[in-house]
Ligand binder design. Sequence first.
Ligand SMILES: Nc1ncnc2c1ncn2[C@@H]1O[C@H](COP(=O)(O)O)[C@@H](OP(=O)(O)O)[C@H]1O
Ligand SMILES: CCC(=O)SCCNC(=O)CCNC(=O)[C@H](O)C(C)(C)COP(=O)(O)O
Ligand SMILES: [Mg+2]
Length: 375
Amino acid sequence: MSSSLRPVPSRWRRAASIVLAAGWTRPETATPPSRPPPAEGFRLLLLQRSPHQGFMPGAHVFPGGVLDAADRSADWLGLFAPHHGPPGFGLGPAPFSRAAFPSPPDTGDSNADNTGALPEDVAFRICAVREAFEEAGVLLLRPRTSPPGPEPGPGLALEPPPGLAAWRARVRRDPRHFLRLCAYLDCTPDIWALHNWSAWLTPFYRSATRRFDTAFFLCCLREPPPVYPDSAEVVGYQWSSPSETTESFLSKEIWLAPPQFYEVRRLANFASFSDLHKFCLGRALEGLERWLPIILLTADGMVHLLPGDELYLEDSDFLENLMSTEKKTEEIMKEGKQFHRIVIHNRHLYDIHVTVQSKHKHVYPKNSVVSKSHL
Ligand SMILES: Nc1ncnc2c1ncn2[C@@H]1O[C@H](COP(=O)(O)O)[C@@H](OP(=O)(O)O)[C@H]1O
Ligand SMILES: CCC(=O)SCCNC(=O)CCNC(=O)[C@H](O)C(C)(C)COP(=O)(O)O
Ligand SMILES: [Mg+2]
């Protein structure tokens, strides 16, 4: 196996993404439902990126985007008062930081020095809630007069306000308007409904591509709110369960990047909406591991190696490098035992192989191994 060295380090954009999981509510009328209930009892919101996006055009992603200075502004303090404020904003003790490798990448971001008024985990939640509004018109807000209890139930999105389009245009133009919208509605972002879920660094693939350091939050909603794609960044959406999403991907209706595929497969572990919600509450203090996939190019495909895999090397060279081999993927798979990897056979055929134990009370996806007929 070989690697090629690149001297220029990437700049990382800090971002937040939100996995919205909505419970399936039984239709009240006698008319037959348009679709059968999802096997898992919940559906996930996936947004289709515009074909004109510079990064991952056309892909289906969870709502999300880059952290803005407005997301960590001191002006939020007044809105969260009097019920919530520093140090924890009612989120409970700060979870452990689990990032052994790699050490936090250089974001090249002058706001990254943590001198902002808000703790990071609050600022990233505000960013995720703002992006869900900008991209999907979904407002994850909570009235200021009703602070959450100690074990909050699933959230509920707020009815879109009159003038949604005008507010959204303002926020998209200048994210500082998001705080003004919250103040106008006498609400705060419902940061308590967002649970730490995972964190992904964009792997090195080729030079000059954008790279993100993205915190993923999971938010359970009692029912799916209406979605209004912004028709600019986002041109479509779907609510689909993990198994439905996998089916759409394999049948080439949608395209998912490896981290989103991994998360969809991880969520297929949950048999019901309430199991998922309980699970999120149960691991609130467990913290996050940030994963940098390392790409291994094989003679006929690609493998995204994840921490714990026997070929994964905690070596900072791989922040800016790939691994490569002349062997075929099948040979590489036969040689190993300790797997935590996503095997990319082709654009619409990924397999996840996991033989390692999950860490920090999280779940990992089950093995998904495609039949040879698909190859
Ligand atoms: N009408 C449009 N069509 C395609 N991309 C758009 C767009 N309006 C905004 N974008 C892009 O969406 C990205 C903003 O995403 P977010 O707010 O989620 O981080 C920006 O991309 P860049 O990341 O290339 O700057 C921006 O250029
Ligand atoms: C080799 C191909 C890949 O694996 S690319 C992986 C892309 N995914 C990530 O980098 C991690 C998750 N992050 C995102 O998906 C983006 O940061 C985003 C969609 C949240 C933000 O992008 P935006 O353009 O909306 O700012
Ligand atoms: Mg985005």
